[in-house]
Design a protein around this ligand. Structure first.
Ligand SMILES: CC(=O)[C@@H](O)[C@H](O)COP(=O)(O)O
Ligand SMILES: NCC(=O)COP(=O)(O)O
Length: 239
């Protein structure tokens, strides 16, 4: 069963909107773990629009499930933050500064040499590395040449097409997952997964190890409650 890593970016968005500490991000993270989350994911962006760099230090000192820090390793501040906190996993995401959210994976062919260096650096620090990629077999194959432990399949395209044609939507992801499996790459997935599309994805993707879910889960929790929502997502992942 794939593990559920709850991305708490949007909790930080709400907190920052009034300048105080309500909701308390650390408390929410600990509650997510208490409710069954098997990991906590954060994506500190250079503008600190939601997760602040200090949040990472505060969270690292208290959470006891897997800590996954996502971000762009071309930012030295991000690299320093990850090395200082040594999370269970770092997920390398090629976001530019002005993006409203993540919207593409790495070109692992073009950036293979650079990613090899980044992967080696984080692995030398004892941090598992995952590289955010589109469901394109050539990108998966090139990712394997970087020495990364895992890839994370960027699932927005799947989520967008799911309602119209889920059989078609899943096809590139199954092919990419099979390629990853054959190459010995660990397999994560994330972005726009939700209560409607998660089970179909998780039951058809071979050897899926982890999904990181934030925006839809936090939105659902506004209506369903955080504990109930996490349990509902976990049920979607159980066979
Ligand atoms: C990499 C990815 O798809 C998400 O983890 C990303 O963290 C979402 O970022 P926002 O929460 O800023 O939209
Ligand atoms: N890596 C995906 C993630 O952490 C959360 O993405 P989303 O569920 O907020 O779209």
């Amino acid at each position: 069963m794939a593990k559920l890593s709850v991305n708490i970016n949007k909790i930080a968005t709400l907190r920052n909107s009034r300048g105080g500490n309500n909701p308390d991000l650390v408390k929410v993270a600990l509650d997510c773990e208490r409710f069954g989350a098997e990991g906590i994911t954060v994506h500190p962006r250079p503008d600190e629009r939601h997760i602040r760099y200090q949040d990472v230090f505060d969270l690292k000192s208290v959470i006891h499930t897997e800590f996954n820090i996502e971000g762009n390793c071309s930012e030295q501040k991000f690299v320093d933050l990850v090395l200082a906190n040594k999370p269970a996993q770092v997920t390398l995401v090629p976001d530019a500064l002005g993006q409203i959210t993540s919207n593409h994976g790495w070109d692992t062919i073009k950036h293979k040499s650079y990613l090899q260096d980044m992967v080696a650096m984080f692995k030398a620090a004892g941090i598992r590395v995952s590289i955010f990629v589109d469901p394109v077999i050539e990108m998966v194959e090139a990712a394997a040449l970087t020495g990364t432990d895992r890839i994370e399949l960027y699932t927005e395209a799947y989520a967008q097409e799911y309602a119209a044609n889920k059989e078609q939507a899943i096809k590139p992801y199954v092919a990419a997952a099979e390629a990853a499996n054959a190459l010995g790459l660990g397999l994560n997935a994330g972005h726009d997964l939700d209560l409607q599309n998660l089970k179909y994805f998780a039951t058809r993707i071979p050897n899926l190890l982890e999904v990181s879910i934030g925006h839809a889960l936090v939105s659902d929790a506004l209506y369903l409650g955080l504990e109930n929502t996490i349990q509902m997502y976990l049920r979607q992942l159980s066979n």
